[in-house]
Write a protein that binds this ligand. Sequence first.
Ligand SMILES: Cc1cc2nc3c(=O)[nH]c(=O)nc-3n(C[C@H](O)[C@H](O)[C@H](O)COP(=O)(O)O)c2cc1C
Ligand code: SF4
Length: 680
Amino acid sequence: MKNDPLLQPLTIKNLTLKNRVMLTSHEPAYPEDGMPKARYRAYHVERAKAGVALTMTAGSAAVSRDSPPVFNNILAYQDEVVPWMRELSDACHEHGTAVMIQLTHLGRRTRWDKGDWLPVVSASHHREVAHRAYPKKAEPWDIERVIQDYVDAAERMYVAGLDGLEIQAYGHLMDQFWSPLTNELDGPYGGSLDNRLRFTFEVLSAIRARVGDDFLLGVRYTGDECLPGGLDVNDGMEISRRLKNSGLIDFLNVVKGHIDTDAGLTDVIPIQGMPSAPHLDLAGDIKREVDFPTFHGAKIQDVATARHAIASGKVDMIGMTRAHMADPHLMRKVIEGREEEIRPCVGANYCLDRIYQGGAAYCIHNPATGRETSMPHTIAPAVTRRKVVVVGTGPGGMEAARVAAERGHEVVVFEAADAPGGQIRLTAQSERRREMMGIIDWRYERCQALGVTFHFNVFAEQDEVAAESPDVVIVATGGLPNEQALTQGNELAVTGWDILSGHVKPGRNVLVYDEAGDHTALQAAEIIAKSGARVEYMTADRALAPEVMAMNLVPYMRTLQVLDTTFTPTFRLVALRREGDELVASVESDYTRVGKERRVDQVVANFGTLPMDDLYESLKPLSSNQGAVDYDKLIVGDPQPIVKPADTAGGFQLFRIGDAISHRNTHAAIYDALRLVKDL
Ligand SMILES: Cc1cc2nc3c(=O)[nH]c(=O)nc-3n(C[C@H](O)[C@H](O)[C@H](O)COP(=O)(O)O)c2cc1C
Ligand code: SF4
């Protein structure tokens, strides 16, 4: 353990980092009024307590007013930020974790209709596809004031007691100056590489002059834009050398790619099904060539890969950011030799996709992340041991069983299938989404270690459950596809599940109709298109699969576009009829009520699920609470009241969670389970 490369300290100037694992900068969109208050602090402290060496706080903390927050960023341009950052850094320092912050001006990567409604500024008029704002070209007075803004923001962080900061330079204003694709300035800031880097070095010199030599400065930048006409790897190498030789900074933090499109962003921050550690070699090449402290992180999900990154000498600090969102105690488990207990990041990217929709970053299978002030990462034992029966082993049921077992309860689980997983088993049928099984496998292993009893191949009914004499019953039976949504011809459609499970073979000419907008229909479309069939994907929504969200859509589009899938938004499937060998689909638009037809040989319909609630309904009369949940108590984290009406004296408490209530998603099911069961 002592020789673990990950656990060796690293000293840069006066700062000793106690090990080699860091959180790279990431804005989880937790600020309140632009400030990192209690929730933000609790998130970082939880990870600091467990032993991470360095947390690069914020993500794109804004230095200027014309860099308004696009995902609820910290407003580093306000003096009010100082006491909040001081509280955060003091609290992390108490646990020996170094604290830095990423500062930025977003340039064109924001919107003019946020914050103060100022025009967006960049080094050209080219707009960024992702945020859609056409920028003004920076004038000399813009450059002057933004340099001043960087310096003032840096000073605020220095005064707040941080150990250092990094400047963001991939996709933001800084490298919009660097890249020939986004710099069309004349004069001292445009043209040659020297000129395009001038702004950066002016910012760094001015910051250094203000904060002195001991405060660490770094740059997180792209070493290769991977875009025709953009900065290539040779430019990246040259920029790396110049950054080092400037004598102004203390570390490099290497990124690869471009983030101006959803597709580009997804290559920079790969999601499930994409290769692990894809940019580590570039970071390693830069470190070898430039010989300077180098940080890096991009889909280093597991400890073995992180260890390799350090042991091979490719980088000095390795980022495990989403890995720490999934398991904040990752480092404690490494230090204590309990790596097999780490809750794995399954690359679902629910966290990141949510912030681009204006939400807070939540981990798909750790609902306590971002809710540290109300949800526990460590489950406290119950005062009274009770018997808990859980029915169903989808993500919600497995979480309920795990949390109940961690509380010390006696837990019995019934599952109709021969293995745990529920809907996740269907999802994981696709090679690209196989990592999702980590959600189930991790819980199953925890449950086994905690002595939970599983009964597979049992379709539990009222008698089986009652025979256990439970104190609490949790129904997590999930849902089944809604097959009754059409006005005519419901029996002629198949469901997305039929295709995913392989029970129904793809047709040759297929209409995939998606009303739920989640992964199911797209995943089915992918399977069908890959089989060689012609696919039209239709949805009544005006956007494709809104529940799938931006980065998760990328792999689907990459498959479906290549296979010539047709996309038809804003049309609704209404009815089906058979005519000879063909199915005739009647579709109409909410906008015009114009009716159209499609002639195909297969229709796959995704209308979401309806709850499988027979068991729940049959248990209600035996229960003491008739299935009722006290929402007020649930929300504030108080135990559910144990009511014993005279006629059901001795009855168990009955609850249902997840899709057994209504069609939602994996996170919702797991959160239902955690917040209910942590207090049972
Ligand atoms: C919710 C979230 C927000 C992020 N915001 C930023 C950001 O503002 N600036 C930045 O440089 N990187 C940001 N990142 C990227 C991370 O720093 C990191 O590069 C990425 O998650 C890949 O590393 P990982 O696989 O260890 O998570 C963000 C990541 C997440 C998950
Ligand atoms: S949501 Fe997915 S990618 Fe994000 S931390 Fe959780 S498991 Fe990892």
